[in-house]
Design a binder for this molecule. Structure first.
Ligand SMILES: Nc1ncnc2c1ncn2[C@@H]1O[C@H](COP(=O)(O)OP(=O)(O)OP(=O)(O)O)[C@@H](O)[C@H]1O
Ligand SMILES: [Mg+2]
Length: 269
């Protein structure tokens, strides 16, 4: 689980305001107690004797409906930190598109990721982050690894999948991500070690999808924690170029372990 400081710094309601000009439009809504109960104890018997907070409920539901409508009627929903990606199968076309409150309840109650957060995290108020739904090409998403405020590693989030254009466009991808990071993110995020997920879409400007903690549990896709961790103890020049690591050849279906072993000797500087 994340440390309390991580929970706070990486919660979308703490970073959204500062980065809203470079991320997807999002509406943040605090989760009131009565709705929280609906999201965590879906199969628990309702206590009929409890007074039904009808008014409170109706007000909250209105707020949610208005939010969904103002985001073009389709939203991507997250809690402070995570999306219910493990509930994808319950959505039409695996899109995790939500267009009403029932969709949100369904995704959240069937997602182990979300339920784990809701049952284990104490002392941080939970929120719903309704984000404008956008079709994102899997090859356009990059996890960028920032160490001591320097962008050191770039990995496709769709890994290990072979994309032929990465070889030719690699230098441009590195340039665009480095410039975007240096101009828009560096020193603005309150941590010096973290990951930031960035979408490169042409001809639009790049945008941030999410920030996340950098630790042994972070999914680093093409990189391993073993090679990243030592870099956190070393200072490095500001102008060092990041390593963009991707599959260079199409060698059929590969496991993550197979793919990583290919890079055993391509050390990071
Ligand atoms: N607004 C959106 N519209 C459509 N799809 C989205 C949207 N935001 C994210 N996705 C898709 O869902 C995936 C998971 O989203 P996201 O990265 O926000 O989840 P996460 O829980 O923070 O993941 P991780 O735990 O790996 O950091 C993304 O890789 C992207 O493909
Ligand atoms: Mg994330």
């Amino acid at each position: 689980m994340l440390e309390t400081k991580d929970l706070i710094d990486f919660s979308i309601n703490n970073w959204y305001e500062k980065f809203k000009h470079i991320t997807l439009e999002t509406i943040l809504i605090d989760i009131p107690d009565h709705f929280f109960k609906k999201l965590v104890c879906a199969d628990e018997d309702e206590d009929e004797t409890n007074s039904d907070p009808v008014e409170e409920n109706a007000e909250f539901e209105d707020k949610l409906k208005n939010a969904i409508n103002s985001l073009d009627k389709n939203v991507f929903v997250k809690n402070n930190w995570h999306a219910p990606v493990d509930a994808r199968v319950f959505s039409f076309g695996n899109t995790l598109k939500a267009s009403n409150i029932d969709d949100i309840v369904l995704y959240f109650t069937t997602s182990t990721i979300i339920q784990e957060d809701f049952t284990s995290i104490k002392g941080v108020p939970f929120c719903l982050a309704l984000r404008k739904w956008l079709s994102i090409h899997p090859a356009a998403e990059f996890r960028c690894i920032v160490i001591n405020n320097v962008l050191r590693g770039i990995t496709p989030r769709d890994w290990p999948t072979f994309y032929a254009h990465f070889k030719e466009e690699g230098p441009e991808i590195i340039d665009r991500l480095t410039n975007f990071y240096n101009e828009k993110i560096k020193s603005k995020f309150p941590r010096k070690n973290y990951v930031v997920d960035i979408v490169l879409s042409y001809p639009d400007e790049p945008f941030v999808l999410d920030f996340g903690a950098l630790n042994g549990k972070t999914n680093l896709y093409a990189f391993t924690w073993k090679e990243i961790q030592p870099l956190m103890r070393k200072e490095c020049p500001e102008d060092v170029a990041p390593v963009f690591r991707y599959l260079e050849t199409d060698i059929g279906i590969m496991t993550r372990a197979d793919a990583l072993s290919k890079f055993a000797r391509s050390q990071m500087v």
